[in-house]
Ligand binder design. Structure first.
Ligand SMILES: [Zn+2]
Length: 268
């Protein structure tokens, strides 16, 4: 067992260093697992290539909820700041995922985004989300959820579909709903900037400990504003969780390691 990051983007073009440098520092900090999350077909392919090269990297293959409806958004003339261009449709991506399901450690990130996506595309986004959840459930794979301003709806859909293995990445809505989500047996991963965030602090204080996981969302959400985040910084969340829980770092780590096993069915 060891430390882990359940939500990284090691393939991000924002990183100026090669992934090997980030991985080396992560290993020094005690990490044994980094789940790198794909956003679209090209990114999923890059994620798989990385996982083949470095055993610490576990590939989550997904379709970012904004990427899922890009053609529809374009038709509506909605501007979305993109870092790379993905040309595949949602149908093509779902087919690709089905063809690569045996290589996936998890399905993610997937979900609903009402922040960037206009209301006219929500129905379509939901349709795609349901199909992706179905793909994960059919293969008995854990799901890694991204939602923004659509947490309640995403929870309704996942509950209705009875998705059994779910982690919510970077949840940022009401604490009351977070507790309901945890009570339903879903996991919530807390990013490395938790100390600066009222929501994540509240989650660490009040969520049942056995539903808490660690993530970074690197290169985003750095604990130090204006710098790039990276997997090694999960150690900072662990330290903060131990503080709030009144536990030693070792026993806090044991708790989250056991949680990882509960969701992913394998040791981190
Ligand atoms: Zn992400």
């Amino acid at each position: 067992m060891g430390l882990f990051d359940v939500h990284a983007h090691l393939t991000s073009p924002r990183f100026e260093e090669p992934a090997s440098a980030l991985i080396e520092r992560a290993e020094k900090a005690g990490l044994t697992t980094i789940i790198s999350n794909g956003l679209n077909i090209q990114d999923n392919q890059a994620t798989l290539a990385l996982a083949q090269k470095f055993s610490i990297v576990r590939p989550a293959l997904g379709l970012y909820p904004v990427d899922a409806v890009l053609p529809e958004m374009e038709k509506e003339g909605v501007d979305y700041p993109r870092e790379d261009a993905c040309v595949a449709t949602a149908e093509e991506t779902i087919e690709w995922l089905e063809n690569h399901i045996d290589d996936a450690f998890a399905i993610g990130e997937i979900g609903l985004d009402h922040h960037w996506v206009p209301e006219s595309c929500w129905h379509r986004q939901e349709e795609i989300f349901r199909q992706l959840v179905q793909v994960a459930m059919k293969a008995d794979l854990p799901i890694i959820i991204h939602t923004r301003k659509a947490e309640r709806r995403a929870f309704e859909i996942l509950s209705e579909m009875k998705a059994p293995r779910v982690n919510w990445h970077c949840y940022s809505s009401r604490l009351k709903l977070a507790r309901k989500i945890a009570e339903a047996g879903h996991f919530l991963s807390i990013p490395a900037n938790a100390r600066r965030s009222e929501t994540f602090t509240g989650m660490l204080r009040t969520l049942p400990r056995q539903q808490v996981l660690l993530e970074t969302d690197c290169p985003y959400l750095s604990p130090t504003p204006g710098t790039l985040n990276e997997p090694q910084f999960v150690a900072q969340t662990l330290e903060y969780a131990a503080e709030l829980w009144g536990e030693t770092k070792e026993s806090a780590q044991e708790i989250v390691e056991d949680n990882f096993v509960s969701l992913f069915g394998t040791e981190p």
